[in-house]
Design a protein around this ligand. Structure first.
Ligand SMILES: *[C@@H]1O[C@H](CO)[C@@H](O)[C@H](O)[C@H]1NC(C)=O
Ligand SMILES: *[C@@H]1O[C@H](CO)[C@@H](O)[C@H](O)[C@H]1NC(C)=O
Ligand SMILES: *[C@@H]1O[C@H](CO)[C@@H](O)[C@H](O)[C@H]1NC(C)=O
Length: 961
């Protein structure tokens, strides 16, 4: 009977269902006794009728239970995007160099891109007539790209925009639930703050799609959602979503069309364990226990559906469901992209066993610092090899990231594993995600793979490669017009389109010659790659050789040296081969430059022990790092590897035995040969300055200047200056009020505090030692400037002598608001190159092009303010030691983005001499000797590689090749 009533052809046709059900009910009723009639009407009891009222729907659901998610088959015939905004004009981007993302990222075409109805309507040669359009009649905006690079929008596979909002405010922290290791039922969309400053900034970096993940404090943190960061008329989180799962806002689901991909956040290793005072073993058990619950539900569903589809309704009851396990059941059905935060071999192994035990595929392992060491293990994942989503250089902040290698993207790509660079915003600020791909490219990832790593590969991993990640007819109109090749340092969008809508009304562009269309020619790192694998991520980092002998460096393009606190040019821009052969020669002996030019160096002919062709390279002063805890720590999050925080007089009881007025000196906590320091040295950062660690308190102590290459503190040149400056921090959100912090500073500067603290502040008062204040807010900086004037005036009335209180601000994200006042007060600043509104105190930023005409640093310089550069990290001093090695790229970035306003010499100065002078080291001879030799380019680009460092004071050259 069942077979005839519900043949295949009928089910699923909703229009016929009521009729069929009616027929069914009537025919059953006719033969029913009174007794069974009563039973039939009893809710939930279908025995009497045998077939439940919604049988067809249930069967449709059962049939669709394992349908693979994906677009409907006719998707590519669409002529209008589901995200199209009425009134958007057509856009004709003409004469572009188009990287399409196709053919494994190898296809580049010359021509046009036509955007219409929110989708890409045509590429290459655009024929308006064939589209039934005309320039005179239709509203078409044209953009002449003048040959510039155009790519699909950037896709950020790992972002916390909206759930870990900026500026940081307690009221908008919706990233980690504290309700247990398993909270798979939570959804990031439910906490999405549409006022996060990150959205607009991300689009300014070319980001057009982001996966918003819950945090990693839970073993299963909840469902993640794909959004586009453009503003919508509706202003709702829902309106940002890209292909949200059916059923998100309705309980009616059409089971006859394929579902959409869903995303689930998993985490292994330290984070969930740390958060729940548990162990890795607990986390894996929590996962297994949860999946076992889901498996029971799934099996019940499958058994139910076997019966329902066979029409065996007797005693079946309702479709078995549990809202709580619904996401995990979908995982087991292979319909969820499992995005797993997982760092090291142990954790991959555990998770891959989990995937095999419960039979579900894994979309990507995120962070995955050790993935490059275990490619064969990754390939054992159930359902196929996951993608690896990682950082370029952000690493070593915790144990499980200690074996990171910047060559990992290359190694994984060579092993055939999909490579994705991701932000973990606000870890790496999403706006600068492309910079991660640029670094990966510098360290060996091929051009096509590097571009794909932030565009097409994440689109594939999201299961959205039918509409994003490629420039192709029918795809979403998300495209970026770049000012130069996207893998070049400083690449900036000239315009960004999302759903065909230009994101910037009047973008500020950096004029650039179209010649910058080639990717940088990156160095050869093959030896380093081999060593990274051979030594399981901990290869020796010291120089290959240290020699006092005579070495001839030839074929140089630039030579700059340091004299005092200035950088001087010996020669620059030797572009022709003959010029370089004649002038681009430098002889070195005992670590000292002894001749410049081929002619001069001829005299040393017989002494020369080796000749190094620098292939257009350079000699430049060693850079100075300030702004992280480099020198005081190895693994930031491992207490036993760091010097640790000082006791703050405002918030701690200082032990009597230490003396209430003790001051801490960083020199006493120095560590040498840390991996961060050695990597920094290999990147041309020859010295560092670090104050004692002050975790959110007021008084830090006395900084030290140290060598990044010395073997230990007692080695030659290890401590360059034992006391540099006195450091304090002032900011909102501390345990005591800002005004209390200022009151303490006033008292200290009055000169009547005793002990060591009093002693050092007396030095500050007399202008003998520089006071460095960590401060972000313009309001607090203004208060400090008046306090400076107040103290100077007081001293003048008391002594009739003018003493200048020497003050430097570090952080100073809002410094531009006080530019004039800072210049008047002769207060310089130590700043990060790319300001970001992490906190309320730093919320007013100069974001730079395309949002503002000038970038922050070149603006400050143009205002006559002395600027020193701190490396761009994650905005937390005690976590940023890894970033020290990137100072060269940060300085180079300023040079590029300033469009010539900041010369190469100035760029070198803000990363070396200016740092010394802003910290009060203005005498000559302080580390003036270290010079860095680069091959293929200089420190300020993605082409130069450090091959030697001249240590004049020590009398030798360190060679790295
Ligand atoms: C495209 O732009 C380049 C660079 O400005 C220019 O040389 C070329 O002539 C342009 N081609 C067309 C077809 O406009
Ligand atoms: C619910 O989702 C559908 C499909 O994504 C969408 O069209 C609709 O606007 C959404 N409704 C609300 C209230 O957000
Ligand atoms: C000098 O450098 C260039 C690359 O800039 C390279 O092509 C050339 O082979 C190098 N050597 C000589 C002797 O020109």
């Amino acid at each position: 009977m069942e077979k005839t009533v519900l043949p295949q052809g009928y089910v699923g046709r909703k229009s016929r269902l009521p009729f069929l059900v009616k027929v069914l009910l009537l025919s059953s009723l006719a033969s029913l006794s009174f007794f069974s009639y009563t039973l039939f009407n009893f809710p939930g009891w279908h025995r009497g009728s045998r077939v439940p009222p919604h049988a067809a729907e249930i069967q449709a659901r059962c049939r669709g239970l394992n349908t693979r998610p994906g677009p409907p088959s006719h998707f590519h015939d669409r002529t209008v995007s589901d995200r199209f905004v009425e009134g958007t004009s057509h856009v004709w981007i003409r004469n572009a160099t188009i990287w399409t993302g196709r053919v494994q990222g190898l296809e580049v075409i010359q021509g046009d891109v036509f955007l219409m109805n929110g989708i890409i309507r045509a590429t290459g040669h655009v024929d308006l007539q064939s589209m039934g359009l005309s320039l005179d009649r239709d509203e078409i905006e044209t953009l002449d790209a003048h040959g510039a690079f155009v790519t699909p929008g950037i896709v950020d596979l790992h972002s916390h925009m909206g759930v870990d909002s900026s500026p940081f405010l307690d009221g908008a922290q919706d990233i980690n639930s504290r309700h247990g290791p398993i909270v798979s039922w939570l959804r990031s969309i439910d906490g999405l703050n549409t006022h996060d400053a990150a959205f607009e900034l991300a689009t300014a970096g070319g980001v057009t799609t982001s996966l918003i993940l819950p945090g990693s404090a839970n073993a299963i943190g909840g469902e993640a959602y794909v959004i586009k960061p453009r503003q919508t008329k509706e202003r709702s989180p829902t309106s940002l979503l890209v292909e949200p799962p059916f059923g998100l806002n309705s309980s009616h689901i059409n089971h006859d069309i394929p579902p959409r991909w869903r995303h689930l956040k998993h985490a292994c290793g330290e984070n969930p364990a740390r958060f729940y005072s548990a162990t890795r073993m607990d986390t894996v058990w929590a996962d297994r226990e949860a999946y076992n619950e889901a498996r029971k539900v799934k099996e019940a569903q499958d058994a139910y559906c076997d019966n329902a589809l066979a029409g065996r309704w007797e005693g079946l009851g309702n479709f078995p469901e549990e809202l709580k396990w619904e996401q995990l059941v979908e995982v087991l059905r292979g319909r969820v992209k499992v995005q797993t935060h997982c760092y090291e071999a142990t954790d991959f192994d555990g998770f891959i066993r989990l995937s095999q035990e419960f039979k579900f595929p894994v979309a990507a392992f995120h962070h995955a610092h050790e993935a490059y060491l275990v490619p064969d293990l990754l390939k054992k994942t159930y359902g196929g090899t996951p993608a690896i989503a990682m950082f370029a250089s952000f690493s070593r902040y915790k144990r499980e990231a200690f074996r990171h290698s910047q060559f990992a993207p290359k190694i994984l790509n060579d092993a055939g594993i999909p490579v994705i660079m991701k932000s973990d915003h606000p870890g790496i600020v999403s706006r600068w995600l492309l910079h991660e791909a640029q670094q990966a490219h510098y360290y060996g990832l091929a051009e096509a793979a590097a571009l794909s790593s932030v565009i097409s590969t994440p689109a594939q991993t999201l299961g959205l490669d039918h509409r994003i990640g490629f420039i192709q007819r029918g795809y979403d109109a998300d495209v970026v017009v770049w000012d130069r090749h996207p893998l070049s340092l400083g690449a900036t969008p000239n315009q960004v389109f999302i759903d065909g809508i230009a994101q910037f009304d009047r973008p500020h562009t950096i004029a650039k010659p179209v010649s910058a269309l080639k990717a940088p020619k990156t160095p050869d790192f093959s030896q380093e790659v081999t060593a990274a694998i051979e030594y399981e991520g901990l290869p020796p980092l010291r120089e290959k050789e240290s020699t006092p002998q005579t070495i001839l460096f030839t074929n140089l393009t630039n030579a700059w040296i340091r004299t005092g606190n200035k950088v001087h040019t010996i020669f620059n821009d030797l572009t022709s081969a003959t010029e370089r052969a004649r002038h681009g020669v430098i002889g070195v002996r005992g670590g000292n430059i002894v001749c410049v030019s081929a002619e001069q160096c001829e005299a040393f002919g017989s002494l020369v022990s080796r000749i190094v062709d620098l292939e257009g390279g350079a000699i430049q002063p060693g850079l100075v790092t300030y702004g992280s805890n480099l020198g005081l720590q190895e693994i930031a999050m491992e207490k036993s590897t760091v010097d640790g925080p000082v006791l703050d007089p405002l918030t701690h009881a200082i032990p009597k035995v230490l003396g209430e007025e003790a001051i801490i000196r960083a020199v006493d906590g120095l560590q040498y040969q840390t991996r961060n320091a050695l990597l920094a040295y290999r990147a041309g950062i020859t010295s560092g300055i670090v104050p004692p660690t002050n975790s959110g308190g007021f008084l830090s102590g006395l900084s030290v200047k140290f060598s990044t290459s010395a073997l230990h503190k007692l080695g030659p040149g290890a401590v360059i200056r034992d006391v540099v400056a006195l450091h304090i921090s002032i900011g909102k959100g501390a345990q005591v009020s800002t005004s209390t912090q200022i009151a303490l500073l006033r008292r200290l500067l009055d000169g009547d505090v005793k002990g060591e603290v009093g002693h050092w502040f007396k030095h500050v008062r007399r202008g003998k030692v520089r006071l460095v204040v960590d401060v972000e807010s313009a309001d607090i900086m203004a208060t400090l400037l008046s306090l400076k004037a107040e103290v100077e005036h007081k001293i003048f009335t008391e002594t009739n002598h003018h003493h200048e209180l020497k003050l430097t601000f570090s952080g100073a994200t809002e410094a531009h608001i006080l530019a004039r006042e800072l210049r008047h007060a002769k207060v310089g600043v130590l700043v990060h190159p790319r300001p970001y509104p992490y906190s309320w105190d730093s919320r007013r930023i100069i974001p730079g092009p395309p949002l503002t005409p000038q970038d922050f640093v070149s603006y400050l310089i143009s205002q006559g303010i002395e600027v020193g550069l701190m490396p761009q990290g994650i905005g937390e001093r005690d976590m940023d030691g890894w970033a020290a090695q990137n100072l060269r790229f940060d300085a180079g970035w300023i040079h590029k983005i300033s469009n010539g306003r900041v010369s190469k010499v100035q760029a070198l100065e803000i990363a070396s001499t200016n740092i010394d002078s802003l910290l009060g080291l203005d005498s000559e001879g302080v580390d003036a000797g270290a010079l860095v030799v680069t091959k293929g380019g200089d420190l300020l680009d993605f082409e130069g590689k450090v091959v030697a460092i001249l240590q004049k004071e020590l009398g030798f050259v360190h060679l790295f090749e």
